[in-house]
Design a protein around this ligand. Sequence first.
Ligand SMILES: *[C@@H]1O[C@H](CO)[C@@H](O)[C@H](O)[C@H]1NC(C)=O
Ligand SMILES: *[C@@H]1O[C@H](CO)[C@@H](O)[C@H](O)[C@H]1NC(C)=O
Ligand SMILES: *[C@@H]1O[C@H](CO)[C@@H](O)[C@H](O)[C@H]1NC(C)=O
Ligand SMILES: *[C@@H]1O[C@H](CO)[C@@H](O)[C@H](O)[C@H]1NC(C)=O
Length: 684
Amino acid sequence: MLEAKCVLRLLFFYGLHLAAVAVSGGSGGDDEFVYSGFAGANLTLDGAAMVTPSGLLQLTDGAAVSKGHAFHPTPLHLRGGEKEDGAAAAVRSFSVSFVFGIVPVTPGMGGHGLALVVAPSRDLTGMASSYLGFLNSTSNGSARNRIVAVELDTIQSPEFQDVDDNHVGLDVNSLVSVNSASAGYYDDRTGELRNLILVSGEAMQAWVDYDGNATRIDVTMAPVGTERPRKPLVSASVDLSTVITDVAYVGFSASTGRLSTRHYVLGCSFAVDEPYPAIDMARLPKLPHTSPKSKFKVLVIALPVVTGVVALAMVACVLLLVRLRHRYVELREDWEIEFGAHRLSCKELFHATDGFKNKNLLGTGGFGTVYKGVLPTSGTEVAVKRVTHGSRQGMKEFIAEVATVGRLRHRNLVQLLGYCRLKDELLLAYDYMPNGSVEQHLYGGGSKPALNWAQRFQIIKGVASGLLYLHEEWEQVVVHRDVKASNILLDGEMNARLGDFGLARLHDRDAELHTTVVAGTFGYIAPELALTGRASPLTDVFAFGAFLLEVTTGRRPVEEAMDGSNSRLMLVDWVFEHWRNESLVEVVDPRIQGDYDVGELSLALRVGLLCSHPLASVRPGMRQVMQYLAGDAPLPDLAPTHQMGMSMLALLQNQGFDSFVMANSSSSSSVSVRSFDTSLSRGR
Ligand SMILES: *[C@@H]1O[C@H](CO)[C@@H](O)[C@H](O)[C@H]1NC(C)=O
Ligand SMILES: *[C@@H]1O[C@H](CO)[C@@H](O)[C@H](O)[C@H]1NC(C)=O
Ligand SMILES: *[C@@H]1O[C@H](CO)[C@@H](O)[C@H](O)[C@H]1NC(C)=O
Ligand SMILES: *[C@@H]1O[C@H](CO)[C@@H](O)[C@H](O)[C@H]1NC(C)=O
């Protein structure tokens, strides 16, 4: 018993800090200790744990998937001494208080957590970081552990039945807590529960009290500097006499997962059978702060002594920090409540994509970057799109639209699962499409296998079916606005699914981006859309026509001319020209030459030409398109389209829409559908 007393001496570190004060126990051999900062303390450390020069006990150092442990070096004798019959005495009442801070590397995102542990040994090196560093998959749940812990967990792990990703739990031999609650404290005056965010980077104090008579354990917490709240946050009836060993050690365990976090303990005190000695709050070391405010303070003080270059670098760092911080501040406003069902946690999406690591990048498009991810709670594979948005203006309308899109359900649409909103960014989660986009199959340079004709025709019919649903079958008319090969995705069974609807809307609000979008998808834009900017189901039909010709020919709707003249070639004009010259066989994608159904292919090209008609009134609706493709209705004579040979490009560039209409009204010649089919057959 004696060696348990006076184990710590007054130590000075850097001549500044009084490290740890050992307070010898009173009568009856009571153990107690207090650390007001850890400088020079003789702790038993392992893993990433270390004591910083300022006296902070740093359990994890910001690396991902790491762990660290720190124990008070001497064992505690928590039992009341051996009884006469040799049976072990009950565990006495004890109290622990500690001040901690969880500082995430990326503001607001932390993992896994920190725990106070009472264990039979100081060696927890065989334990796993995913078990907060104090258990592992073999030991979890076993009564042989004889471990009691209070976890401050910043991850929601369904396998441990966690209540949320910011909770305090009381653990006995298992990571499935005996009882737990979302982090917070009860205000003594009002009785109100106030929330605390564990990963806030702010110091907090926690109190753990075991009442040996009542066999009850209470956990209380509060922001540092606040008096201990009377009402505990988490309580549980546990007889620790069946758990804690005769010789036990008290210490801390912390671990990180994929999200880098620094876990700190600033001070700690412990006592048996009586209230813990007070931690000297004035002597506690300071937590490193990541908040922009404190950085500015440092900057102001430092300026006179640092050179201009260093100052500039610091300003850059501060700006970066401010940026980073703001980037991950999730925004929620009252009006979003009604869209609750589609609201996801940004943190979850961040976890899902491994923090938007490059290895998970699926692609970059006009609207933003797309990452592959796996939702931690359900294991669902998702595609997460990060869309930057410059202004908040129109955000509400846009979110309303996102919510609308989330309600659309059709086998040829990519299902939107939900969204979350950051200051400059919107994160949208969709079903993950394992086979990529049609564009990748057509122009991916062999990265994806070429599609055969049967697959292409299936895709065409699928897209038509999805558009029909949007235009006519849902409760309101939805215009896709951005039908193109890169937006038509393929699921596991190579079914076509339309993605990205509604996003074009967001961009229309942004004048600067508007031009980019128009240029980027030039060949898909109907003349009247280019002229008036108004989208309609028939502008979708035009884009569908371009897509149809594209899938059949394997060429983009607009290509640079081969002759180096710097002019552009409109696919519609080219197909039309071949149709007129009865040489349609030459337009078929060489990759499917000799391997297609002539009837289907000629039908596809004709429907494509019809849908690509410059005059909206001539284009069929999607229901008609479906009927044509299914062979349920005869395709109208292509005669009205004969004037399409007049260059669409010239038409758009000169905006000579009116003159075109006049020219078209004096139509005379016609080309029969028959000759179209014949030319194809000849090619076989
Ligand atoms: C530190 O603690 C260990 C383990 O109890 C002990 O062996 C060692 O003597 C201690 N060192 C000092 C300087 O107190
Ligand atoms: C769990 O920890 C124990 C004790 O260190 C060790 O023997 C065991 O191999 C560990 N199990 C796993 C799966 O790491
Ligand atoms: C841990 O142990 C508990 C039993 O105490 C069990 O319910 C839980 O599924 C275990 N979890 C894992 C991941 O081992
Ligand atoms: C627990 O019980 C013992 C003996 O019955 C008594 O002396 C002690 O005051 C009790 N402690 C508390 C906290 O009630």
